[in-house]
Design a protein around this ligand. Sequence first.
Ligand SMILES: Cc1cc2nc3c(=O)[nH]c(=O)nc-3n(C[C@H](O)[C@H](O)[C@H](O)COP(=O)(O)OP(=O)(O)OC[C@H]3O[C@@H](n4cnc5c(N)ncnc54)[C@H](O)[C@@H]3O)c2cc1C
Length: 547
Amino acid sequence: MKSIKLATKWGDRESPYIIVTEPLKKTIFKQLGMDPKTTEKAYIQKQDIEEILGESQLPSEFKSELIKVLGKDKISEDPWARITNSLGQSYIEMLRSRISDISNTVELVVYPQSHEDVVNVVQLANKFLIPTSTVAGATSVTLGIEPTISGMIALNLKSMDKLLQVNKDAQYITVQSGILGPQLEEQLNHQGLTLGHFPQSFEYSCLGGWVATRGAGQNSTLYGKIEDMVMGIKLVTGAGKTLTTRTAPARAVGPDINQILTGSEGSFGIITEVTLRVWKKPRKTRLAAFFFRSFEEGLHAYREILQNGYRPAVMRLSDSEETYYNILAQTLMRDPPKMPFLYRYMLKFMERRGYLIGERCMGIMSFEGDPKLVDLSLKKAKSYCKKYGGFYIGSRPAKSWHKRRYELPFIRDPLIDYGILIETFETSTTWDRIIDLYYNVRKVLKQECPILWTHGSHFYQSGANLYFTLTAPQEKDNEVEQYYRIKKRILDTFQMYGGTLSHHHGIGRAYGSWLPPEIGTEGIKLLKGIKKTLDPNGIMNPGIFDF
Ligand SMILES: Cc1cc2nc3c(=O)[nH]c(=O)nc-3n(C[C@H](O)[C@H](O)[C@H](O)COP(=O)(O)OP(=O)(O)OC[C@H]3O[C@@H](n4cnc5c(N)ncnc54)[C@H](O)[C@@H]3O)c2cc1C
């Protein structure tokens, strides 16, 4: 029997789950107060997938017309296709896939290959009033693709993966929206270009998903968030019409429609093509790591670097708890566990200079582009860090982060199997509020989540994001309620202390009820109006932006 758990496995479903090393497991269990003998939970699936899903509920007339316009090959009712296009990557979805609690799945999946295919499907969906969701990489962590009602179909855009146009002189490209991160970046690199967008989900997420959620990559401090890269969009509206924006470096022709569509999370229509700014592939990259005596000091240094006009590509600053685990991981990930001599020596040296365990925070940066600019920026960054007690510790820790930057998510599957809640929440705020927000989230969550890591990974002249990874033992037979309680506490705290609901994960169906305080009554009315105009029958991604 194929396990539904596999539907939310991170990475390649064919490859084995990663194994958490014994020493790492022991450390985590100890910190969480869990019995060291705890073994992986056996999630027993009692029924076959076919039985769980039942018969498709779609009108047979709709199906036969769909086959007529698209052909059979682009349509699937296979149960596995239905499930994998109905589950994203939030903790709650990973949990539900383990207990086979699949409340709703789409009835059928369509794999369009062109803009015209999408137009045809959406027009047909309007004719039969079939609610429709859009799926790209299915890595949403905000219930962006989980259907909340029955009778839905999904359009999976992964076959729309062509790089349509490259203009090297003017440095822009036009791409179909279903392209995966590595597929796009490799083709650009061949032409000496880069998009500069590397979210942690890079290997498995798609351009359309990035644009629809206003995503951010790890190099955002230099290249910007995805919305800073978008120059033009081709959209199939919820009514099945085509909306195309003209490509220009900037314009003054009323509100920016690209920006209205960027972040629309499939609720206004389906983005089929995007025109994006691209950059020359950097000629030089330098990495650097620093220790600070406290999180505050690190934040002050980062603020000064940016406010003085320097732009590292990557800026990350871990708080003391995350730093502690990052250092520990250097040892525990090795078999047998062993800290490299030089690293041990460096830590001892730092202790003597007052960078204490439990207080010290590690920052890493990368600088890329023109060699002279890179060298100057690093030099200046070092001096701003020094001003706030930052101690330059070379490039090694930053290189190690760079090498392993896509690996951490693989640990979520085995930890959940051990009965551990692990989830991330992220926010952003201005410099004047950031410390207060950070401490208040910790105050509210630390009793619930014995492991609580925080870092900033997207920095601006006016503020930064804060990214929280929280870990707690699951409450037996209360796992789902526990998650909702923690989620409410953290989102309420974000809003109470001036943080935004999300900096780059989007709203999805997970955060909708927190949106009114975020954008106000008039803001909600505006979104409703746009939705009504572009999707008059309300068939696009029900549950998102339909209050
Ligand atoms: C381990 C992990 C790490 C992550 N790291 C990051 C990170 O560093 N930065 C970041 O920004 N996010 C991150 N995310 C969140 C997620 O990867 C992003 O939200 C990503 O942009 C979603 O892309 P996707 O292709 O998987 O979209 P999906 O999950 O398939 O869809 C996301 C939403 O966009 C809509 N959508 C997708 N394509 C289209 C389209 N063509 N037209 C209209 N609507 C569309 C969907 O309907 C859905 O509402 C991470 C997620 C995980 C699980």
